[in-house]
Each structure stands twice: as C-alpha cells, then as structure tokens.
Design a protein around this ligand. Sequence first.
Ligand SMILES: Nc1ncnc2c1ncn2[C@@H]1O[C@H](COP(=O)(O)OP(=O)(O)OP(=O)(O)O)[C@@H](O)[C@H]1O
Ligand SMILES: [Mg+2]
Length: 118
Amino acid sequence: MSTETLTDVAVRTEDVWKIYAQEPEDVEAVRGVSIEVREGDFMTMGGPSGSGKTTLLNMLGGLTRPTRGRIWVRDLEITTLSNKELARLPSRASASSSKPSTFCPCCPPSRTRSFHFF
Ligand SMILES: Nc1ncnc2c1ncn2[C@@H]1O[C@H](COP(=O)(O)OP(=O)(O)OP(=O)(O)O)[C@@H](O)[C@H]1O
Ligand SMILES: [Mg+2]
C-alpha cells in the first residue's frame, strides 16, 4: 500500500487474532480479522455476547496485544510498539453501548457499540 493511500485510513487490521490461554481449552476470542476504516467513515460492529467485540476494540485502542496479526492507527503500526510507547499513544479507542433505537435503527435488537479515535 502506498503512503498516499495510508493517509486517510483511520484504522486498519491485517489478520488479527486474540487467543486467551485457558483450561480446559484456549479461547479464540478474535479470529483473523482484517478491516480498514477510513477517516470520516461510520462503522458499527455487531455480534452475540462473547463474539469478541470488546477484545477487538481493546486491541484497536492498544489496550490489549493481539496474539498475531498487525494493526495500524492512521499511519502508525501499533503492533510494533513497546508497552511504554503504547502508553504514550495519543489515540485511544473508547467503547460505548446504546440501544439500537437511539443509535442505529438498522441494527439487530441487541446492544451495539461504537468507538471513536481522538
Ligand atoms: N481476559 C480474558 N481471559 C480469557 N478469556 C477472555 C478474556 N476476555 C475475554 N475473554 C473471552 O473472549 C471471548 C470474547 O469476549 P469479548 O468480551 O470480547 O466478547 P463481546 O463480543 O465483547 O461480548 P459482550 O457482547 O458480552 O460484551 C469470550 O469467550 C470471553 O469469555
Ligand atoms: Mg463486550
């Protein structure tokens, strides 16, 4: 991807996985997610409880490291940063939930979440 194309990309992920080591078996919370969200895009994420929405948001915000895969916030690849560098990141993802009737009329009748970079 060219530098010019990256400038209007707010967030991009490439084959992102999060696997929690747990007994009796590991939990694959996020399996191979590749997304690209451009500046000014409006995006919602839906799925049943436990499908990995919060885990993905936390990874986009640099709060949780993916088990594998790559994440860029704007033109910065955050998956290569040290913990110190991550803590200093100016961008942070925040998650919020609301009823679909007050947020997105096309969403299924369950809670929805939105996130913002600032
Ligand atoms: N710290 C953790 N350790 C082990 N397993 C975890 C951890 N955090 C989440 N999980 C597991 O990862 C999966 C995804 O959880 P996550 O909280 O991301 O789902 P969600 O889509 O946000 O659910 P909800 O709609 O209930 O908020 C679940 O099976 C959950 O139990
Ligand atoms: Mg959640």
